[in-house]
Design a protein around this ligand. Structure first.
Ligand code: ZN
Length: 450
């Protein structure tokens, strides 16, 4: 893969020539593109599956085509023999949930090819966007967003109507500071979430409160994710939904047999996903024939077969990791299983490769766009067309791992490890789109004079 000619590095690396420092980049006229050359590009949304080049400028894909001409100053990444897919979107990945004190899981995620993680900590409060936003400001290699915990949504004096206004960005400051919190930072940034997460393992809410959450999420267009494990809880939530949208988080967990017969549980929740307002997501670790990383729940064979069938039929078309295993807020899986699961589903003939790739790229983007009513998600995320954000995962299919992870035009992962130059590439995402800085992390460094 790595081709170098004798003597060529003299023009490429810094060195000394006759006592003078030689800077190879000094005289270079830059176009500054990064060109991913000659990889098998699988871009499900744009119906592309062929060997192509992709040119990236700043944070965007600017050209996709055969043999893109390399200009002086371009950086070329040789992708021959590699699979090039839209950046992996992991819409259920615990990164920096409130009691996480380490950024290690985020670096682990990009090493595994993840370019966006949406963190559904049940304990996330109104403060979560400010706290995680500050982490983004301090420099993270991955795009990150959060769901707020459902219990905390109803913990203030705000009425349901006022909460709907809050999440639409229409609540006045006066009301927020008298009825929600005196913290102006929290009041300002609280609406920057993707959705709300209900979690039967942390709090069991009364029917009337669940109804209120449905009212808020359906009217403010937020994703309502529930912790699926006890099928009885999932049934209760679907009944209370009364046709309003509900997403069954890590749906496969109900097929692990913790609360009823495993296969029966799996069948129950797959049937629920057939309702028009109900969507689901399967955990990559649980789908792997070999079991994957074995830190979470194990999905028995019978339940695995039922989940493959549901994928084949398109009843569920989104995969998630529910990682990280080594995070404080531990989920049922790990991002290490994402790429192997995508490839194994194609190998087993459960899904065609492009459909399998879609489960962690265009499908989650489409789902979030539909739930939030925001086309930013499908225009900028989950595909490799011109104008998309340059979030790209380059995969070695032989060893089933990420060779390159690119986030917003920066290489953040190389050969299954994070690279430090990628710190700061990540942005903060919400239902409204993405910002590169939230600003909370800057507040202590600068004073703002009016
Ligand atoms: Zn989870």
């Amino acid at each position: 893969m790595y081709k170098t000619k004798v003597g060529m590095l003299k023009d490429v690396l810094a060195s000394v020539k006759e006592n003078n420092l030689s800077d190879p980049f000094k005289d270079l006229e830059k176009t500054g593109r990064i060109i991913l050359k000659g990889g098998l590009v699988v871009d499900p949304k744009n119906n592309v599956e062929e060997v192509l080049d992709i040119a990236v400028l700043n944070d965007e894909i600017v050209e996709v085509g055969k043999d893109i001409y390399v200009e002086k100053g371009d950086m070329v990444i040789n992708c021959e023999g590699l699979l090039v897919t839209p950046g992996i979107v992991d819409m259920h990945l615990h990164l920096g949930d409130l009691f996480e004190i380490s950024t290690d899981p985020m670096y682990g995620a990009v090493a595994n090819g993840v370019t966006m993680g949406l963190s559904p900590g049940a304990g996330n409060t109104f403060m979560a966007p400010a706290l995680l936003g500050a982490e983004v400001d301090r420099g993270l290699p991955v795009n990150i967003g959060v769901y707020q915990g459902a219990a905390s949504v109803l913990s203030t004096m705000l009425s349901v109507e006022e909460l709907i206004k809050l999440y639409k960005g229409e609540l006045d400051e006066e009301t927020a500071s008298s009825r929600m919190t005196r913290n102006a930072i929290t009041n300002t940034t609280a609406p920057l979430v993707v959705g709300i997460k209900d979690h039967m393992g942390h709090f069991i809410m009364p029917d009337e409160n669940i109804d209120k959450i449905f009212e808020i999420t359906s009217k403010a267009k937020l994703l309502y994710m529930t912790h699926t494990q006890d099928p009885a809880h999932a049934i209760r939530l679907v009944e209370l939904s009364k046709g309003r949208p509900l997403h069954l988080g890590h749906t496969t967990a109900a097929g692990c047999g913790t609360h009823m017969d495993a296969a029966e549980g799996m069948k129950t929740v797959i049937d629920l996903c057939k309702n028009e307002n109900i969507t689901g997501e399967f955990v990559t670790t649980m789908l792997r024939p070999g079991g994957g990383s074995r830190e979470g729940l194990i999905l028995p064979k019978k339940s695995q077969e039922l989940s493959y069938e549901a994928l084949e039929k398109g009843i569920v078309d989104v995969l998630i990791s529910d990682g990280q295993n080594d995070a404080t807020m531990k989920g049922f899986g790990d991002t290490r299983d994402n790429i192997p699961a995508i490839l194994e589903l194609a190998e087993m003939g459960v899904l065609k490769l492009s459909k399998s790739v879609a489960t962690m790229t265009s499908n989650p983007a489409k789902l979030i766009a539909e739930k939030t009513g925001n086309d930013w998600w499908t225009e900028k995320i989950g595909h490799l067309g011109k104008g998309a954000l340059a979030n790209i995962t380059v995969i070695n299919m032989d060893v089933k791992s990420a060779v390159y992870t690119m986030v917003n035009g920066e290489v953040v992962g190389f050969e299954n490890r994070a690279v430090r130059r990628g710190s700061g590439a990540g942005g903060f995402v919400s239902k409204f789109g993405m910002v590169k800085r939230v600003g909370v992390g800057d507040l202590v460094m600068f004073s703002h004079k009016r």
